[in-house]
Design a protein around this ligand. Structure first.
Ligand SMILES: C=CC1=C(C)c2cc3[nH]c(cc4nc(cc5[nH]c(cc1n2)c(C)c5CCC(=O)O)C(CCC(=O)O)=C4C)c(C)c3C=C
Ligand SMILES: [Fe+2]
Ligand SMILES: [Fe+2]
Length: 345
């Protein structure tokens, strides 16, 4: 029996679309200090006093629009990824979510009880953000420290511009890129501008100049905006898309603070006035389609664009459980297993 295993990680969804389940999911999510990063008493006040009494019915209604007979798209796709990967990789593939179920604590407990000693931790986020990659890694490491301090862990690094990832993304997108379109919009999940400054270890680079993300700097190791731009740069170079035919925007903002701009909803409404009638959209911050790509973009975003005078709206699905993506994950796991074997010999 192998003492190696893989842990796939993603964000998580509520247990059901019932308002009470959505409220308890949002409570765990938004009380995370890396998501709402105000001092604890203020975070408690904002989340418990302002957000939880008002937002859950609205979020539950949005989840109802995307929920399938099998459950939340994000969870269904994640379980499919796990199953398909298990068919081609010769070691246990576990799956856990940062919020909700399957919980990181239970899944690590399960791996420990199976005698796993070496773990490849795969956060399924291409880019570094304190509210996505960092929080899930910190949570996994806390749990490993507590339950299995001697377990050897290797961490999949953000892969936003890796050649194999860009190839996978372009390969997956190819059938849509061959269609006739005026503009390709790369819509990334947004984050508050404050998070970008906080994640800059120098506290002297991110957002200090307009084009900071284009000037080489160590801060880019943790700069979400830089990493999003790099994904786009590499994608358009590989796919041969000219500068006049693409744009980058940021979606899903919450609250009144400034988030990364331009905002996707504004861009979608402005496009038709600028002559963009045939639109292609993709959301590369997400490996799997979820509430944010389905409800916010394919439903709401499409409606906004068409109502403003757009003619066609096509969306490239996320990598999901496409064979290109399963092969990508399998290759990374096999590379890790080879390195581990070499180190042991
Ligand atoms: C301060 C709030 C939020 C930050 C910062 C944030 C960053 C962030 N989120 C994702 C990925 C996902 N977010 C999803 C849903 C979602 N996100 C927020 C808030 C912040 N996200 C909320 C409140 C919600 C829940 C829905 C709602 O009420 O609007 C999802 C979808 C989950 C699903 O079940 O389908 C994903 C995925 C990233 C990658 C990220 C930072 C880069
Ligand atoms: Fe989010
Ligand atoms: Fe930057």
């Amino acid at each position: 029996m192998s003492d190696q295993a893989v842990l796939l990680l993603n964000l998580g969804s509520p247990k059901s679309t019932e308002v009470a389940d959505v409220r308890s999911y949002l409570k765990e999510f938004l009380l995370d200090e890396r998501v709402i990063d105000a001092p604890t008493p203020i975070r408690n006040l904002v989340v418990r006093g302002l957000i939880l009494p008002t937002r859950p019915p609205k979020s539950a209604a949005a989840y109802k629009r995307v929920w399938t007979d099998e459950g939340s798209p994000l969870l269904v796709t994640s379980f499919n990824q796990q199953k398909l990967l298990q068919e081609v990789v010769d070691m246990p593939i576990a799956l856990a979510m940062r919020y909700g179920e399957p919980s990181i604590a239970n899944v690590i407990g399960d791996l420990v009880s199976k005698g796993i000693k070496k773990l490849f931790v795969m956060p399924l986020y291409p880019h570094y953000a304190m509210s996505s990659y960092e929080t899930v890694v910190v949570r996994v490491m806390e749990e490993v420290q507590q339950q299995a301090p001697n377990m050897e862990t290797t961490l999949l690094q953000p892969f936003y511009k890796d050649e194999d990832y860009i190839e996978a993304l372009v390969g997956r997108s190819q059938p849509w890129l061959e269609k006739d379109y005026d503009m390709l919009l790369f819509s990334f999940h947004g984050i508050p501008e404050r998070h970008l400054r906080k994640s800059d270890p120098s506290h002297a680079h991110c957002l200090t100049t307009k084009d900071c993300c284009n000037h080489c700097h160590p801060a880019h190791a943790t700069c979400y905006r830089h990493q999003c731009f790099e994904t786009v740069k590499a994608f358009v170079a590989k796919a041969g898309i000219p500068e006049s035919k693409y744009k980058v925007s940021f979606q899903s903002r919450l609250g009144r603070d400034p988030w990364l701009k331009p905002y996707t909803d504004f861009v979608l409404k402005d496009f038709p006035k600028e002559g963009v009638k045939k639109l292609l959209v993709m959301c590369p911050a997400f490996i799997s389609d979820c509430l944010e790509t389905v409800e916010e973009i394919s439903m709401e975003g499409k409606e906004d664009f068409l109502e403003a005078g757009g003619e066609t709206f096509e969306q490239i699905p996320c990598l999901n459980d496409h064979e290109i993506w399963i092969s990508w994950m399998a290759n990374r796991i096999n590379a890790w297993a080879r390195e581990t074997a070499q180190q042991a010999s």
